[in-house]
Ligand binder design. Structure first.
Ligand SMILES: NC(=O)c1ccc[n+]([C@@H]2O[C@H](COP(=O)([O-])OP(=O)(O)OC[C@H]3O[C@@H](n4cnc5c(N)ncnc54)[C@H](O)[C@@H]3O)[C@@H](O)[C@H]2O)c1
Length: 440
C-alpha cells in the first residue's frame, strides 16, 4: 500500500543543503525521564554492545530506495545520510520524580531485570536534573525534584544554564531535545504566546498561561537545540516558538508519538478510503496502567490526548469530498487508567463500515501492545533526524517527520484549514524522499 504522492508542502527541496558531517558527540536531552525515556536509553546502551537489535527504528534498520532498481535495496539510511552513531550519543534529562534513568526504568517496569542488569551502571549514570514543574499543568503527580525559582523567567534561565553546562561537561558538539514528559492540561495558545516579546514578558510576569513544556522549548531555541515534542502538549503551536525557530535557525517538530492505536488507524483508514468503503463509526478504547495513564486520568490532560487522537480520520477519509461515505461518521476515543496493566496497554477498535448498497460490516482490532517498546525507537529516530536537519541548516517545522506523530504540526504560515497528511504510507514516502535528497 504505497503511494508516490508527495504533498507539495513536504516535497524535498530540489537543491537541499548537504548536511555538515556528524563529528563528535550528540547530546540527547530528554525533559521527562519516565517509561519511554528509560526504555530508549537502556535499548541504545544494549544495542551498542550488540545486546539488542534496535527493532522499530528506521534510522538503524531501513534502507533508502534504489532509484535504478526497484527490486534491489539502496544504501542503509544511517550510512547514506551520515547520521550520528549510537556510540556518539550522550543522554541527559530532567524529571521531577526519577533521580536517574535506572530508577525510572525500575519504576516503569517495562524492561525485565535481565535486560536492565547489563546496563544498570550506565543507566544509573544518567542522572536527571531537577525539573521545571507546575502542578497546575500536570495534576496527578507528586514531584520531589523541582527547581525552586521565583519566576518563570528564572526557570527559563536555569534551563538554559543546565543545557550549556551539559554541553560543556559532556563535551557535546551538538544537542537535540525530545520532550518525553507528561501530558499537560489542554490550554490552547493565547495572546501571551503570540510573539517572542509577549512570551518573554509573560515569563517575567509569571503568566499562568505559560506551560512548563513551553519554557523547555524556549530554552531549547535560545541554545540552538532542535526540539521535538513527543506528547500531545500544544507547546509549539504558538507564534513565539515558530518565530524563534525561524529567527534562530532551529528545527522543531511534533506532536504526540504515533505508536499503537493511531499507527493502526492510519494504516487501516487509507485502505478503506482506497477501496471507497464507507465508515459510519470508529470507536477506540484503551486501558493502560503506567504513569502516563495516571496523568491522563485527569480529564484536562486527557483532553490534550483526545484532541491529538481525533484529527486523523477526517484528514485521511476526506468527508467533504465524499459525504456519502464519511460525512456521517462518529469517532470516539477513550482511555482508561487501569493499574494492573502497567505499560502493557490494550487497545480495542470497533469500526463500523459499509459496502455495496449500504450493507453494514464490522472490523474489530485488539492490539495488545507495549507503549514504551513502540515509542523508544521513535525517539531515537527523531533525535538523529532532527540532528541531521540542523546540520543541513533547516529551521521551522519539519513536516517530513510527520510519519512519527499522531497530530503532525503544519508548516509555519499554513492556512488553518490546510490538509495535514496522516496516511502512514504517504508520510513514509515523504520521509524517505527527504532523506534521499540528503544522501551522499
Ligand atoms: N508510550 C507511548 O506509546 C506514547 C505515545 C504517544 C505519546 N506519548 C507521550 O510521551 C510522554 C512520555 O510517556 P511515558 O509513558 O514515558 O510517561 P511517564 O509518565 O512514564 O514519563 C513522563 C515523565 O515526565 C515527567 N515529567 C512531568 N512533568 C515534567 C516536567 N515539567 N519536566 C520534566 N519532567 C516532567 C514525569 O515525572 C514522568 O517521569 C507522555 O506525554 C505521553 O503521553 C507516549
Amino acid at each position: 500500500m504505497s503511494s508516490n504522492n508527495l504533498s507539495s508542502d513536504t516535497a524535498p527541496d530540489s537543491s537541499p543543503s548537504k548536511p555538515s558531517p556528524a563529528t563528535g558527540k550528540l547530546g540527547v536531552l530528554l525533559p521527562g525521564v519516565g517509561a519511554v525515556s528509560s526504555t530508549l536509553i537502556a535499548g541504545v546502551m544494549a544495542a551498542r554492545t550488540g545486546g539488542a537489535t534496535p527493532v522499530g527504528s528506521l534510522s538503524q534498520l531501513e534502507f533508502l530506495p534504489n532509484p535504478d532498481d526497484h527490486d534491489a535495496v539502496g544504501p542503509a539510511i544511517s550510512e547514506a545520510c551520515g547520521l550520528a552513531g549510537l556510540d556518539d550519543i550522550v543522554f541527559g534529562g530532567w524529571d521531577p520524580i526519577s533521580a536517574n534513568a535506572l530508577e525510572a526504568a525500575e519504576t516503569a517496569g517495562v524492561l525485565d531485570h535481565r535486560d536492565l542488569a547489563p546496563v544498570s551502571g550506565e543507566l544509573e549514570g544518567v542522572v536527571t536534573m531537577p525539573a521545571v514543574f507546575d502542578q497546575d499543568w500536570v495534576r496527578n503527580l507528586d514531584p520531589v525534584r523541582i527547581k525552586e525559582v521565583s519566576s518563570k523567567w528564572d526557570a527559563a534561565l536555569e534551563l538554559i544554564d543546565d543545557i550549556e553546562r551539559f554541553r560543556s561537561e559532556k563535551q557535546c558538539d551538538r544537542l537535540v531535545m525530545v520532550w518525553c514528559g507528561s501530558t499537560e492540561v489542554y490550554r490552547p495558545a493565547g495572546d501571551v504566546h503570540a510573539t517572542v516579546e509577549s512570551f518573554e514578558q509573560g515569563l517575567k510576569d509569571n503568566d499562568p498561561g505559560i506551560a512548563p513544556s513551553q519554557i523547555y522549548a524556549y530554552a531549547a531555541m535560545m541554545t540552538h537545540t532542535p526540539y521535538a515534542n513527543g506528547s500531545p502538549n500544544v507547546t509549539c503551536d504558538a507564534g513565539f516558538i515558530e518565530q524563534l525557530s525561524l529567527e534562530r535557525n532551529v528545527p522543531i517538530c511534533g506532536k504526540d508519538f504515533k505508536t499503537g492505536q493511531t499507527l493502526l488507524k492510519t494504516t487501516i483508514a487509507p485502505a478503506l478510503r482506497a477501496r471507497m468503503l464507507g465508515v459510519r463509526g470508529w470507536f477506540s478504547t484503551n486501558i493502560l496502567g503506567n504513569r502516563d495513564g495516571l496523568v491522563l486520568d485527569d480529564p484536562e490532560s486527557f483532553k490534550s490526548k483526545e484532541v491529538s487522537k481525533l484529527g486523523v480520520l477526517h484528514d485521511i477519509l476526506g468527508p467533504d469530498q465524499h459525504p456519502d461515505l464519511y460525512g456521517n461518521m462518529d469517532h470516539e476515543v477513550r482511555i482508561n487508567y487501569y493499574p494492573p496493566r502497567g505499560d502493557e496497554k490494550e487497545g480495542w477498535d470497533n469500526i463500523d463500515i459499509f459496502g455495496w448498497m449500504g450493507y453494514p460490516m464490522q472490523i474489530k482490532v485488539n492490539f495488545l501492545c507495549r507503549d514504551s517498546i513502540l515509542a523508544a525507537p521513535i525517539v531515537l529516530d527523531l533525535a538523529l533526524f532532527m540532528d541531521l536537519a540542523a546540520r543541513a541548516g533547516e529551521s521551522g517545522v519539519q513536516e517530513w517527520l510527520s510519519f512519527y506523530f499522531k497530530a503532525p504540526q503544519p508548516a509555519i504560515g499554513a492556512a488553518p484549514d490546510s490538509h495535514i497528511e496522516h496516511d502512514l504510507f504517504v508520510q513514509r514516502d515523504n520521509l524517505l524522499a527527504k532523506l534521499n535528497a540528503w544522501a551522499k
